[in-house]
Design a protein around this ligand. Structure first.
Ligand SMILES: Cc1ncc(COP(=O)(O)O)c(C=O)c1O
Length: 373
């Protein structure tokens, strides 16, 4: 989009001409606690004035504080945390860890999955357009999401890992059924395969639970995180179950877990806790899903909490452009051309949702009239 944002506050952005936009996309689900949240700005500024970086060969107590707060808020107190810089890196390391752990190579991923653009993460991403020939040597097979039979057919004792998004994001906001996640958990338990939950987009409270897979009541072996974790500061991580034994050289990073990144991630967790944002995402988001489902012209609404995909009977490119340029509301698309993706800050207000709904209603009527001509 030809928009150049220069300032943000809460769920609002301003471009260089001074136009104001309602941001319902958060730059791909990254803005979790709103733009320029005062606590975040204060924490990062004061960290910058002290020390912004030193290598992982020295002690950095911020990493411990971050791991402790994350464990507590997510109910994964017993998991360890490896810190890196992005979602792709988190998945790359998770897949490596899985293979280090059981010595196997075969990976199961799912149709329409997106796990990142590094070598193994992109091999587990169901999009040939972003895979280079060098990525094709990895042993990854793609199965239809929620297809129990296909999964049982392909899963065997040579399977190293199953990687699945808590809710598929890029693929068009598709939710794995709880029974499907439970099946994967059970089969992995039987053979020692590793269950990796990619919560890069669906995590950090967005779905109305800290992690989307917690709606299914399962516990994966590895959980990958990024996006909302730093509210815009690049940081990612792998949460690792206690059954993994670390050995020297397994994981490493220069920038991962640096002081500034930790300060950003700690500020995000502080705000999520203080403003009760996980519960708010559940209440606000689920009501929003109900309202959108009842709107004329909307074919289907998928998702949970504030991770929402609204599908229409027509490609949404024109609708998105109208919302952005005529009404100054930013939304997202997905690999499914008919699905509008909503990934706002978890601090979104009820009146901002109401503004979007009435605008969508108007814009939708215009689109439907144009299509009818
Ligand atoms: C589910 C999921 N996993 C991984 C990634 C990759 O994250 P990054 O772009 O930070 O490498 C993304 C990015 O969109 C994602 O949506």
């Amino acid at each position: 989009m030809q928009i150049e944002p220069v300032k943000g506050v809460g769920s609002w952005l301003w471009d260089k001409e001074g136009n104001k936009y309602l941001d319902l996309y958060g730059g791909h689900a990254v803005i979790s606690i709103g733009h320029a949240h005062p606590h975040y700005v204060k924490k990062l500024s004061s960290q910058l004035n002290n020390i912004s970086f030193y290598s992982n060969s020295v002690i950095n107590p911020l990493q411990e504080e971050l791991a402790f707060k994350l464990g507590e808020l997510s109910s994964y107190e017993d998991y360890s945390l490896f810190l890196c810089n992005s979602g792709a890196e988190a998945n790359e390391n998770a897949l490596k860890l899985a293979s280090f752990h059981n010595g196997r190579k075969k990976v199961i991923a799912f149709d329409k999955s997106f796990h990142g653009r590094t070598s193994l993460a992109v091999a587990a991403t169901n999009d040939k357009n972003i895979q280079a020939p060098v990525n094709s040597d990895h042993k990854v097979c793609f199965l239809p999401l929620n297809d129990h039979e296909a999964f049982l057919d392909w899963f065997d004792d040579k399977t190293c890992a199953v990687i699945i998004e808590g809710i598929q994001g890029v693929g068009g906001v598709r939710v794995p059924e709880p029974s499907f996640l439970k099946l994967i958990r059970d089969k992995c338990n039987e053979t020692g395969a590793i269950m990796i939950l990619d919560e890069v987009q669906s995590g950090y409270g967005r779905s109305g639970k800290f992690f989307a897979h917690q709606h299914a009541g399962i516990r994966p072996d590895l959980i990958t995180i990024a996006k909302g974790m730093g509210n815009g500061f690049p940081i990612g991580g792998v949460m690792i179950s206690p059954s993994f034994k670390g050995k020297h050289g397994m994981l490493g990073t220069t920038f991962g877990g640096n002081h500034l990144a930790c300060a950003a991630a700690i500020a995000v967790l502080d705000v999520i806790r203080e403003q009760d944002l996980v519960n708010k995402a559940a209440v606000l988001g689920n009501e929003w899903i109900r309202q959108l489902s009842a709107m004329e012209g909307v074919k289907e609404v998928r998702g949970a909490g504030l991770m929402i995909g609204a599908e229409f009977d027509f490609p949404i490119a024109g609708l998105r452009t109208d919302l952005a340029y005529q009404h100054r509301i930013l939304t997202g698309n997905s690999s499914n051309k008919n699905t509008l993706r909503l990934l706002p800050a978890l601090t979104l207000l009820e009146e901002e949702i109401a503004l979007f709904n009435s605008t969508l209603h108007k814009s939708l009527s215009k689109q439907l009239n144009a299509l009818a001509v």
